[in-house]
Design a protein around this ligand. Structure first.
Ligand code: SF4
Length: 91
């Protein structure tokens, strides 16, 4: 059996390192991250969003509200005084 020389081993390691760096550099472009995209949000109509609270339930006391006027789950500008069917209390 022919053993690779030290020079050949170094060349193989460099090749693997270059391939690993190329894959790592491509991850953001391939969408291979664990963060949800903004496209994953639902429309206001789909969750019966309204610009007024429902009793004591309002966006600014919902677990999904992102101040000052966004929501993790619903598209568009979200009023702190709004409400939708996805409302849930802050934990
Ligand atoms: S009530 Fe609905 S729109 Fe408001 S923050 Fe919660 S999930 Fe988002």
């Amino acid at each position: 059996m022919i053993k690779p020389s030290e020079e050949e081993k170094g060349s193989t390691r460099r090749g693997l390192l270059k391939a690993a760096l190329a894959v790592a550099a491509a991850i953001p472009f391939l969408g291979l991250t664990t963060r949800p995209s903004k496209a994953a949000k639902v429309s206001k109509a789909a969750v019966a969003y309204q610009d007024s609270p429902k009793g004591s339930q309002r966006c600014d006391n919902c677990r999904l509200f992102e101040p000052p006027k966004s929501c993790q789950a619903v598209q568009g500008v979200i009023s702190p005084n709004g409400w939708c069917r996805l409302w849930g209390p802050k934990g």
